[in-house]
Design a protein around this ligand. Structure first.
Ligand SMILES: *Cc1c(COP(=O)(O)O)cnc(C)c1O
Length: 820
C-alpha cells in the first residue's frame, strides 16, 4: 500500500462491520497470500475466495505470525482468534477494489492504462522502459491486469512515482466497470481487438464497447485508426479533442510511414500540424511495429522529447519477458527472469520461486534495480525480501546492489559488471540448487542463464503454467465447490513433464494425483510432491515401493486383492486402496458378478482401507455413446452402493474424466479425474474456446536449401518439388516423438506464422519442410504444436488422437515452464 492508512479508515472505506477494533493501528502493507507477509503487524490480510482455496483458511497461522487486521467475508467464524481485528464485508474482493480506488485517488500524477486483446503487456513494458529514461515509473507487474491484479498493481504505486502504467484485462461482460473505477486513467491506449475469449460476451461489438468504457473519463485515448471496427466505435463515442488516432493513411492525428531498413524499420510520424518526427525501431514485423507505434504516440502525448524517446527505443528488443523455469546444470532448477527492473517484478519472481520444489540451496543472482527513487529505501526493501525468502547465497551485479553487502556480509558477492560475474562464476559450484536469475535487461543476464542452464538443443516443449491454472479453474467452475479433483499425471503428465506439473497442481490446490505405474509415483515423491497419489496399475513387484512412498494402488480383481492383502499381512502394514469397477471399459476392474467376492475380501482385510471407489467412461466424449454412458453410471451406482453398505467409513466416489466433466456434471460424486482437459484439449468440442493451449513444441531450422525442379528430398526419394523451390531442415524427427505418419505433406509446422508442409519422409532426428517463397534462414524458429495449431486436427490427419501426440514427445525434448 503506498499510503499508510488507519484501521479505522479501512473500516470506513470498505463499509465493513468491525470486531476488536484498534482504530489507530496504521496499515502500510496488504497481502492476499499468506506466504507474502513482510511486516505482520502493519499488514492487512484480505481473505479472498478463489476456485482453489479460501484465504480465510490461513488466518490461524497468520495470527500466530503476528498479523492483526483481517478483511473477511460476513460468514467468517471469528471464534478461533479473539484478539485480532476482523473487518467483515459482503465481498472481500470488492472491498479490496474499494481500497485500491482510494489509494488511486491519492496519486495525482498521470496514470496510463492499456487494454485490448493483444500486446497489452509488451506495450506496458516498452512504454515503461521509454518513460523510465526520465521518470520514476510504476507499472503492473507481469500481467497483473484482472479484478485482483489491478488492485495489487495500484498498491505498488509509491508516492515518489511520477507516472503509473496499468494494464486492464477482462474476460467477461461487466468486469470493466470495477477496473475503470479503480484505475481512472488520464491517458488510455487501446491496442486492438481479437476474437479471443469471445464466449464471455454477447458479441464482438459488446466486447469492444465494454473495453472502451475504461476510457470514459480519460483526457486522451490512443488507438490505431486502421482497425476500422475500433475506430468507428471510438469516433462515434469520444469527442475529437480526446482522440489521438494514428494511421498509415492520411488524415489521422499521427500519420505513419514505414520503410524497412536492415534489421529494423524507419518510422516517420507526421503530426496533424504537419510537423514530422523520425524514429528508427528495431522491428520489422507488423505486430511489433503496431505496439511500438502505440508506445511512441503515448510518449509524445505525455510530453517526452523525441530525442529521449529515440534513446529508449534503441535499447528495446522484442525479448522474452516471461518468467521461465528451466532445467539447470547438475540437477539444479533455474528461474529465468532476465527482464525485470523493479521491486514489483522481483516480488512476483520470488513468489514463483517459493512455489517450486525444495532444493539443496537457494541462490539469488540479482542486478541493480533500475528503479528511480531512494536507493537506501529500495535496497532496504530488497534486504527484507531476501531475508524472508531465506537465500543461502547472493550474487549482485551493478553499483547500488552493494548496499546489500552490509546486510549480508557472509553470503553476498558483488560484481561491477555481468562480464566480471561471468569471468568469476564457476557453474560447477551449483548442484541441485534453486537459482533465481533476475535482472534489468541492460545487464544482459541472458548470458548468465545460458551458462547455468542444462544445454538446450534445437527442440523444446514450453509449458505455460498460467494456462494450466486457467484450465484447472475452468473445470473447477463446472463443478460444485465441494467436489475434489484428482489430476491424472500419468505418462509424464501427458508429456508435459510430471514433476513440475505435479508441483503446479499441488500449488493450485488439487486433491489427488493419478499415475499409471508405481515408479511414476516414486519419482514424484522423491521430488517432494506431497499430494495423495493413486496408482492405476501397481505391479506386484512394486508393493514395497507403494508402501515405502505412500502410494495408493488401484485394486481391480479378486486375485490382485488377495496378493496385496497377503503382502500387507506379511509386512505388517496397512494401506489405502482404490477399487476400480468395470462398467463397460473391460480393461481392468471388478465386474458386477464379482461384487460378493469383493465384499468378503474387504471384510477379511481391514488392513486395506478403501480410499475410493470409481469407474471409467468408455465414450463420454461422443454423443453416440450417450446411452451407453448413462447405463455405465446406472451400473456403477448399484455397484458402489453394494460396497458402501458394508463399510463403516465413507470412501470417495468418482467417475468423471475430462469429457465426463463437460458432458455429465450430474455424476461428479465426490471427486473427478481430470486429464487431457487440463492440458488444453477439450475432446468433446463443447468448450473448446474456453481452454488455453498449455504446450508449445518448438524447434529450429538447421539449414535452408534451394532445390532445382525434380530434385528429391530425404529417404526413399519421397519428397519432390516439381518446379523447384526451397526447403528447410528442422532439428526434429520421430525419435523426438514427431510421428513418422506426418511425412509427405500430412503434417506441417508454422514458421513466422505461415504453414510449411513436411516434405519427404520424417527422419529419426530431422525432417524437411517446404518453405518455397518464404523468407527464412537457419536458426529461425518453427512451431510444431501450439496455440495456432489444433492438435485434434493434426491427430486426425494421421488417424490418431491428441493424447498420443502429446504423450509421444520424447524425454530428450527439454521442457521449460513459464508464466505469461
Ligand atoms: C487417464 C485416465 C483419466 C483421465 O482421462 P482424460 O480423458 O485425459 O481426462 C481418468 N481416469 C482414468 C482411470 C484414466 O486412466
Amino acid at each position: 500500500m503506498f499510503q499508510e492508512i488507519s484501521q479505522k479508515q479501512i473500516v470506513e472505506l470498505t463499509k465493513g462491520s468491525v470486531l476488536n477494533r484498534h482504530d489507530e493501528l496504521m496499515i502500510s502493507q496488504l497481502a492476499i497470500d499468506s506466504r507474502q507477509i513482510l511486516h505482520p503487524s502493519k499488514t492487512l490480510f484480505v481473505a479472498l475466495r478463489g476456485a482453489k482455496a479460501d484465504g480465510a483458511d490461513f488466518i490461524p497461522q497468520l495470527v500466530k505470525l503476528g498479523v492483526q487486521t483481517f478483511l473477511v467475508h460476513d460468514d467468517f467464524d471469528e471464534s478461533t482468534a479473539l484478539d485480532v481485528c476482523f473487518i467483515k464485508v459482503a465481498d472481500t474482493r470488492r472491498a479490496l477494489q474499494l481500497l485500491a480506488k482510494y489509494q488511486r485517488s491519492l496519486f495525482t500524477n498521470p496514470v496510463v492504462s492499456i487494454t485490448g486483446s493483444n500486446g497489452k503487456t509488451i506495450v506496458k513494458e516498452w512504454l515503461g522502459e521509454i518513460l523510465g529514461q526520465k521518470y520514476a515509473v510504476a507499472k503492473s507487474p507481469k500481467s497483473y491486469n484482472s479484478q485482483v491484479g489491478v488492485p495489487l498493481s495500484i498498491f505498488g504505486i509509491e508516492s515518489y512515482h511520477q507516472v503509473a502504467i496499468l494494464e486492464a484485462g477482462i474476460s467477461k461482460a461487466g468486469e470493466m466497470a470495477a477496473l475503470e473505477e479503480m484505475i481512472q486513467p488520464n491517458l488510455g491506449i487501446f491496442t486492438n481487438i481479437g476474437t479471443a475469449h469471445q464466449e464471455g460476451f454477447e458479441s464482438l461489438e459488446a466486447k469492444l464497447q465494454e473495453k472502451l468504457s475504461l476510457f470514459k473519463d480519460s483526457n486522451f485515448l490512443i488507438y490505431c485508426r486502421d482497425h476500422d471496427f475500433i475506430s468507428e466505435a471510438i469516433e462515434s463515442v469520444f469527442p475529437s479533442d480526446k482522440r489521438v488516432g494514428w494511421s498509415d493513411r492520411a488524415g489521422a492525428e499521427f500519420t505513419r510511414s514505414l520503410k524497412v531498413k536492415g534489421n529494423g524499420s524507419r518510422m516517420i510520424l507526421m503530426n496533424s500540424d504537419l510537423s514530422t518526427h523520425t524514429f528508427h525501431v528495431p522491428f520489422t514485423d507488423v505486430a511489433s511495429l503496431e505496439n511500438i507505434t502505440h508506445v511512441i504516440v503515448a510518449a509524445i502525448t505525455l510530453g517526452q522529447s523525441v530525442g529521449s524517446i529515440q534513446e529508449g527505443i534503441a535499447h528495446l528488443k522484442s525479448v522474452d519477458m516471461r518468467l521461465t523455469l528451466k532445467p539447470g546444470i547438475n540437477d539444479s532448477l533455474l528461474i529465468d527472469d532476465t527482464y525485470n527492473n523493479d521491486l514489483a517484478g522481483l516480488k512476483v519472481a520470488l513468489d514463483f520461486m517459493q512455489q517450486q520444489r525444495p532444493k539443496r540451496r537457494k541462490i539469488l543472482i540479482l542486478s541493480d534495480l533500475l528503479q528511480q527513487g531512494s536507493p537506501e529505501k529500495i535496497y532496504a526493501e530488497v534486504s527484507e525480501l531476501i531475508k524472508k525468502y531465506r537465500f543461502d547465497q547472493l550474487y549482485g551485479v551493478g553499483k547500488e546492489i552493494f548496499f546489500l553487502e552490509k546486510e549480508f556480509p557472509e553470503s553476498f558477492t558483488g560484481f561491477n559488471s555481468t562480464l566480471e560475474l561471468l569471468a568469476k562464476l564457476d557453474p560447477e559450484t551449483f548442484q541441485n540448487d534453486l537459482i533465481l536469475v533476475t535482472g534489468a535487461r541492460v545487464f544482459g543476464f541472458e548470458e548468465v542463464v545460458n551458462r547455468l542452464q542444462q544445454r538446450i538443443h534445437g527442440t523444446t516443449l514450453e509449458i505455460n503454467l498460467n494456462a494450466l491454472t486457467h484450465n484447472y479453474n475452468f473445470y473447477k467452475k463446472l463443478l460444485s465447490p465441494k467436489t475434489k479433483v484428482m489430476v491424472m499425471v500419468k505418462a509424464l503428465a501427458y508429456g508435459g513433464g510430471a514433476v513440475e506439473i505435479a508441483n503446479q497442481i499441488q500449488t493450485m490446490g488439487a486433491d489427488y494425483l493419478g499415475v499409471a505405474f508405481s515408479d511414476e509415483g516414486v519419482a514424484l515423491r522423491k521430488q517432494g510432491i506431497k499430494l495423495p497419489i493413486m496408482v492405476l496399475n501397481a505391479m506386484q513387484e512394486s508393493f514395497g515401493l507403494c508402501s515405502e512412498f505412500n502410494l495408493e494402488p488401484v485394486v481391480f480383481s479378486p486375485e490382485y486383492f488377495e496378493s496385496l492383502a497377503s503382502w500387507s499381512i506379511i509386512h505388517h502394514t496397512t494401506m489405502k486402496i482404490h477399487l476400480d469397477m468395470d462398467t463397460g471399459m473391460h480393461r481392468l476392474g471388478f465386474e458386477k458378478k464379482q461384487i460378493e467376492v469383493l465384499k468378503s475380501l474387504i471384510k477379511a482385510n481391514p488392513q486395506l482401507e478403501v480410499a475410493s471407489i470409481y469407474t471409467h467412461f468408455v465414450g463420454a466424449d461422443e454423443e453416440i455413446h450417450r446411452e451407453f454412458s448413462l447405463t455405465q453410471m446406472k451400473n456403477f451406482i448399484v455397484m458402489k452402493e453394494e460396497v458402501l453398505s458394508m463399510l463403516s467409513y465413507r470412501p470417495l466416489i468418482h467417475a468423471l474424466n475430462s469429457a465426463g466433466i463437460s458432458t455429465f456434471p450430474q455424476f461428479q460424486f465426490d471427486m473427478v479425474r481430470l486429464g487431457i482437459g487440463l492440458y488444453g484439449v477439450e475432446v468433446t468440442g463443447k468448450f473448446e474456446q474456453a481452454l488455453r493451449t498449455i504446450g508449445t513444441l518448438k524447434t529450429t531450422i538447421s539449414q535452408v536449401k534451394e532445390l532445382e525442379p525434380g530434385e528429391t528430398i530425404g529417404y526413399s526419394r519421397k519428397g519432390v518439388l516439381a518446379t523447384g523451390g526451397k526447403i528447410a531442415t528442422l532439428a526434429l524427427g520421430y525419435a523426438d516423438g514427431y510421428d513418422r505418419r506426418f511425412s509427405n505433406g500430412k503434417g506441417y509446422v508454422l514458421i513466422h506464422g505461415k504453414q510449411a508442409p513436411i516434405i519427404g519422409n520424417v527422419c529419426m532426428d530431422m525432417c524437411m519442410v517446404d518453405v518455397s517463397g518464404m523468407d527464412v534462414k537457419a536458426g529461425d524458429e518453427a512451431i510444431v504444436y501450439g496455440e495456432k495449431i489444433s492438435l485434434k486436427e493434426l491427430a486426425e490427419r494421421i488417424g490418431t488422437i491428441p493424447y498420443e501426440l502429446l504423450t509421444n514427445i520424447s524425454t530428450r525434448v527439454k521442457r521449460v515452464y513459464y508464466l505469461d
